[in-house]
Design a protein around this ligand. Structure first.
Ligand code: SF4
Length: 326
């Protein structure tokens, strides 16, 4: 039987190299062998950014265009916007009735995010409850598998706990979804930390070549290489981490030249920048072509909605019946 996969992305605008190598590549592979539901998690975006939703609409469109240009095929995967499927909100309400508060408070990211996002007031019902919204997203299509990074495993475990509780209370209704752990390379940002929009250290897939070169040249390198003559340790250099992805064929030579100070960092990073620019050319060409078709991203989401709607309707009818709301 074909596996059913669901994954969602918060709309944060244009995607970057970290997104591409993180889970976008995985999504492109999965659409070839599974029934895929890829949704734009705009309600999730509101849990932390409710104070200024002015860019949300534009971000959604940008992200869908990036997905399509990268190779997500709307004929293979259902692409839809979460808020176009109100069944999810109703389902979340039902699931929230049976989810103990303690389960939500102990999700590790709840405390971590509160500390990291100190400029934002996220002491809200919506933020505390977002793992329940995730459970509703997943169970709404009866997903068998959910691609996740290590840090998201506790969320999926919570969904599995909610499934067990639902089945215990109302009879066997849902199967527990499995995690599909992604083994993607770590993509460093220009400052050496994980590439992320929130750190402002990213290289967008749509950045023009000059911008990519500027960003790559600004990447943090081995601090021991203070002058051109100092030998370096490539493993202490964020540019080298990116070389591992973009220059795998010549990696040993690059490492050797670094260790022996046979070349300087500017030359080394110049080659890296060329590789990144070259690898993004087909994507950027396709992206420009998609941009020239106004409203195309929204058409794609409508098509995806038509695919997911009957699935969600069936699940919701079952849930209502089991919870006495039919
Ligand atoms: S030579 Fe290359 S790998 Fe070595 S520190 Fe400089 S940029 Fe990094």
């Amino acid at each position: 039987m074909t596996q059913r996969i669901l994954t969602g992305y918060r709309p944060t605008g244009k995607l970057h190299l970290g997104n591409l190598h993180g889970n976008l590549r995985g999504m492109i592979e999965l659409q070839e062998k599974a029934e895929c539901f890829f949704f734009i998690a705009d309600w999730h975006a509101l849990t932390t950014d409710y104070q200024d939703p002015s860019l949300l609409h534009a971000y959604i469109e940008e992200m869908v265009l990036d997905w399509l240009a990268a190779g997500i095929d709307p004929d293979k995967a259902a692409i839809y916007r979460q808020s176009d499927l109100p069944e999810v909100a109703e389902f979340q309400l039902y699931l929230s009735m049976i989810t103990p508060l303690g389960w939500l408070e102990r999700v590790p990211s709840f405390k971590e995010q509160q500390e990291q996002l100190q400029g934002k007031d996220i002491a809200t019902h919506g933020f505390l409850g977002y793992p329940v919204l995730q459970a509703a997203d997943i169970l709404m299509v009866r997903a068998d598998g959910v691609p996740v990074g290590e840090d998201q495993l506790p969320h999926l475990e919570l969904t599995r706990e909610i499934v067990r509780r639902f089945n215990f209370l109302y009879g066997e209704t849902f199967a527990e979804p499995r995690s599909l752990l992604s083994h993607s390379p770590r993509i460093p940002g220009t400052d050496g930390r994980k590439m992320s929009k929130s750190y402002g250290n990213y290289i967008s897939l749509t950045d023009p070549p000059d911008e990519i070169k500027r960003k790559v040249l600004s990447m943090i390198t081995d601090p021991a290489r203070r002058t051109r003559k100092d030998p370096g340790d490539p493993e202490k250099c964020s540019a080298f981490q990116l070389h591992k992805v973009y220059s795998a064929d010549g990696l040993a030579g690059i490492a050797e030249k670094c260790r022996t100070a046979a070349w300087g960092c500017v030359e080394c990073k110049g080659i890296l920048a060329e590789r990144v620019v070259e690898s993004l050319l087909p994507f950027q060409e396709r992206r420009r072509e998609l941009e020239s078709r106004p409203g195309f991203a929204w058409e794609v989401m409508e098509r995806g909605l038509a695919k997911v709607k009957p699935v969600a309707g069936g699940v919701l009818a079952d849930v209502r019946m089991r919870m006495g709301i039919d």
